[in-house]
Write a protein that binds this ligand. Structure first.
Ligand SMILES: C[S@@+](CC[C@H](N)C(=O)[O-])C[C@H]1O[C@@H](n2cnc3c(N)ncnc32)[C@H](O)[C@@H]1O
Length: 282
């Protein structure tokens, strides 16, 4: 684990007990949850339906924390796997999942890092592959290498249909520098300084689209939430603008060939359409 990831692990371990304790934290989770649920169709995932005949719909909640994304999308999927580098966050996640009635095989989290050089064998089995949707909720700006994160999560999506969703902040660099300064003047015991865990002070639409396209995702989509996220830190009230980015995993080479062949067949069938007397016409 890199020193930066280790700093994240430690900071979020320390923060886990108070992560969901403040009204602004509840409000932020609710904002993200409402936005995801309202834009469910737009996300383009094949969600579970009552008449689906037991089809498994799989969610990967990466950097899951205590489970805000799982709570928002849980009702529309059948299997959920959470991964986070902080063992205390994972503990909280699993407590919440259990008390909401989820069995571990339906929804549970493990400690792990898909962004390390060597990914643990535990995360290489079939239980951590072929997801219908992978989501990173407010974790992307904490990652050292965003391009690697997109690559590693895209590999775990179902080819052609799996969707990667990232919820994060528009650029806030000036804000972050000001916050660092203020924290040095007014250190807070109540809400610790997390600035050393932040690698990127937000992302633009252009940056995200390029990351998605370079990472092998198609049909890029972008939505900016109309209401600002307000965070009540000891150093003052901070405002951020939240975006949702989405993209679908491209087909494999074999899939592309199959699609091309299918469209050729459809074209030929159209040209050889049957006449009313049963003869082939053109
Ligand atoms: C701001 S919290 C977001 C948690 C949750 N997704 C939510 O929406 O409330 C960021 C999370 O990212 C996790 N994290 C940071 N770096 C990570 C990495 N390399 N791999 C997995 N999780 C990571 C932290 O431990 C923390 O739980």
């Amino acid at each position: 684990m890199s020193a930066f990831t280790e700093a994240n692990r430690k900071a979020f371990n320390d923060l886990s007990a108070s992560y969901n304790s403040k009204p602004w934290q509840h409000k932020l989770s609710q904002q993200v949850s409402d936005a995801l649920q309202q834009r469910r169709d737009w996300l383009g995932v094949r969600w579970t339906k009552a008449d689906d005949g037991g089809r498994d719909v799989r969610l990967l909640d990466y950097a899951c924390g205590t489970g805000a994304i799982t709570k928002a999308l849980g009702p529309y999927v059948t299997t959920i796997r959470g991964i986070d580098i902080s063992e205390s966050m994972v503990e909280k996640y699993n407590e919440a999942a259990q008390s909401s009635g989820l069995k571990p095989e339906q929804g549970s989290a493990v400690v792990g890092d898909l962004l390390s050089e060597q990914v643990s064998p535990q995360l290489s089995g079939p239980d951590y592959q072929l997801f219908d949707i992978a989501v990173i909720g407010l974790g992307f700006h904490h990652f050292e290498d965003p391009a690697l994160a997109i690559k590693r999560l895209t590999e775990r999506l179902k080819p052609e249909t799996g969707v990667l969703v990232i919820i994060d902040f528009l650029p806030f660099s000036d804000e972050l520098a000001r916050e660092r300064e203020q924290r040095q003047q007014t250190p807070s015991a109540d809400f610790p300084d997390m600035s050393h865990t932040i690698k990127h002070s937000g992302f633009t639409r252009e940056q995200m689209q390029k990351l998605y396209e370079d990472g092998g995702l198609e049909d890029f989509g972008w939505h900016v939430l109309p209401d600002l996220a307000v965070m009540e830190l000891k150093s003052g009230t901070k405002e951020r603008t939240i975006f949702i980015a989405k993209g679908r995993r491209s087909p494999t080479s074999w899939g592309k060939l199959r699609n091309w062949f299918g469209s050729m067949q459809a074209q030929m069938a159209g040209q050889l359409s049957l006449e009313p007397d049963g003869r082939y016409g053109s």
